[in-house]
Ligand binder design. Structure first.
Ligand code: BYC
Ligand code: FE
Ligand code: FE
Length: 482
């Protein structure tokens, strides 16, 4: 009997869901598999399909030892279907069905809503791989290249995770959605990915690190909310995905931190005290802190759009139905129904930003976004410690939530990073001070030169403190020629 912890590696698709006993779903997934591999070869990391990459693969869902490391060619990566172990007797934790047994099958009345949530979640995973496919060619080290590819194969696995749910629980519509997930393309005019931020470019490694810090963290928040789901297979799937997600945010946070370390060290060596003296700082081959702030402004604001509208009936319905909870719902202390509660929401009223009490059910997107901002702030504080320790008079800060928004309350207005509402002319005049300008992007692009000798790093980024899997500094994380 499968114990739900070890993974069966015998078939084409490693899994801990006893696919062998489920001929229909196994066949559906085996039918989908070649299209996935074609997609990966077409849209996955460009130019590195033959390289041997030192990757971790999930071999168990036991938190104490779930991964093993080895050299793999990415198209041969074992993309498996892994659910966190079932919790016997689990009950629905919130909404109108609170206290009823968690669903093991799709509740008919919520089928459409659930399918939509799973499809949107699934769509973001391949989108990010598409956005990052060019980056291997400019990796600042083999260590960073390996981390990029690790993130990419795991996002591929997250697609598998959602496709499994669609194929197993949604019959023919699920099959169609699974096909569509391989058909849409990030940035495409005709069939774009579903959410805005996943159609933006990730043009350089600074953007990559900001993306994994901010946008993968939206992934974390959304997965935490879906891990609370009364639909038990979704909950179990998301719980396991979260163990992988931690590494993605590690890549982002330490990536930016290493850029900051390098910049601060170079400034000190050269005796530059003014962080705004960007010309002299750039001449050192490092990224000036004001430009880093602009990149942060961009990726933070793009990611805030992923939380949807502050006031949303979709979110209220999903909560009421018991499908999507709040961040760590199970650790919150209230009635978990929220019928009479309110929540403070920042709104746009007659062109001004005001705080209003709104029914708590309608403001769940805002609440999750608040939790997200708080989570981001922790990382920013750690970055600022590095700058402070170097004695440089500069601090990074998250821009106001109204800054540069395309979705929700603030889509209709322009605001600066402090949250001052601006006229169109003021916005146009200030834009290049707050967001990366063409000139900033060209400068960053000029630094994006590949470094591919083991143990060497590009001029603009410090080496990591420890290697992956405790490997030494000059470890060959990627064997480029296979
Ligand atoms: N772009 O009530 P509203 C990750 C649409 S990231 C375009 O405001 P709702 C990852 C919306 O669809 C996590 N359209 O929003 C990270 C709706 O359209 P319809 C991904 C948008 O539904 C890095 C209309 O506007 N997972 O995993 O409450 C690397 C009104 O919607 C956008 C999830 O997001 C947008 N940004 O909330 C790899 C979880 N925002 O239906 C992976 C699943 C809204 O009227 N998704 N619209 O045509 C959800 O929970 C919700 O769908 C959303 C939106 C939070 C996204
Ligand atoms: Fe993911
Ligand atoms: Fe991720």
């Amino acid at each position: 009997m499968p114990d739900g912890l070890t993974v069966n590696y015998d078939g084409l698709i490693p899994n801990n869901v006893d696919l062998n006993a489920d001929a229909r779903v196994r066949k559906a997934l085996e039918t989908w598999h070649p299209g996935y591999i074609d997609w990966w070869k077409d849209m996955g990391p460009e130019g590195f399909q033959e390289a041997l990459v030192y990757l971790r693969t999930a071999v168990s869902v036991d938190p104490k030892g779930w991964a093993k490391f080895d050299y793999v060619r990415m198209p041969e990566y074992k993309w498996g279907i892994l659910l966190a172990p079932k919790v016997e007797g689990r009950l629905i934790g919130f909404g109108q069905h609170k206290g009823e047994p968690a669903w093991q099958e799709v509740p008919g009345e919520y089928r459409g809503m659930l399918r939509r949530l799973i499809t949107i979640q699934g769509d973001t995973e391949p989108a990010s791989v598409e956005q990052q496919r060019h980056l291997g060619k400019t990796a600042p080290s083999l260590y960073d290249m390996r981390n990029l590819f690790q993130v990419n194969v795991e996002e591929g696995r997250h697609l598998w995770a959602m496709v499994y749910l669609l194929q197993k629980y949604f019959g023919r519509d699920g099959r169609e959605e699974a096909e569509e997930l391989l058909r849409r393309r990030s940035g495409s005019q005709d069939s774009p990915r579903m959410l805005g931020a996943f159609n933006e470019a990730t043009p350089d490694w600074v953007s990559f690190f900001m993306f994994t810090f901010f946008t993968d963290r939206d992934g974390k928040m959304q997965l935490e909310a879906l891990a609370q789901s009364g639909f038990d297979p979704l909950s179990r799937t998301c719980r396991f995905m979260l163990t992988e997600e931690a590494h993605h945010m590690f890549v982002g946070e330490t990536g930016v931190q290493r850029i900051i370390e390098r910049t601060c060290a170079a400034m000190r060596e050269a005796g530059i005290e003014d962080p705004a003296d960007t010309e002299r700082v750039r001449a050192l081959g490092v990224i000036d802190l004001p430009t880093l702030q602009k990149k942060m402004n961009l990726h933070f604001s793009l990611t805030l759009d992923l939380f949807g509208s502050e006031v949303s009936t979709n979110a209220a319905n999903a909560y009421n139905a018991g499908l999507k909870g709040r961040y760590r719902e199970d650790r919150l202390e209230d009635d978990h129904r929220l019928l009479d509660a309110t929540y403070p929401v920042l709104r746009c009223r007659d062109g001004a930003i005001v705080r209003e009490e709104v029914p708590a059910l309608s403001s769940l997107n805002m609440r999750l976004r608040d939790d997200f901002v708080q989570d981001c702030q922790g990382g920013v504080n750690r970055w600022n410690k590095v700058i402070e320790k170097a004695g440089i008079p500069f601090r990074l800060s998250l821009p106001h939530v109204a800054f540069n928004r395309k979705i929700g309350e603030f889509a209709a207005i322009e605001a600066d990073p402090e949250g001052r509402v601006l006229t169109a002319a003021e916005w146009a005049a200030g834009r290049d001070r707050w967001l990366p300008s063409t000139d900033d992007n060209l400068f960053i692009e000029s630094l994006m030169r590949p470094v591919s000798r083991p143990g060497e790093f590009a001029s603009w980024i410090a080496p990591p403190k420890v290697g992956i899997d405790n490997k030494p500094g000059d470890f060959e994380y990627v064997k480029l020629w296979g």
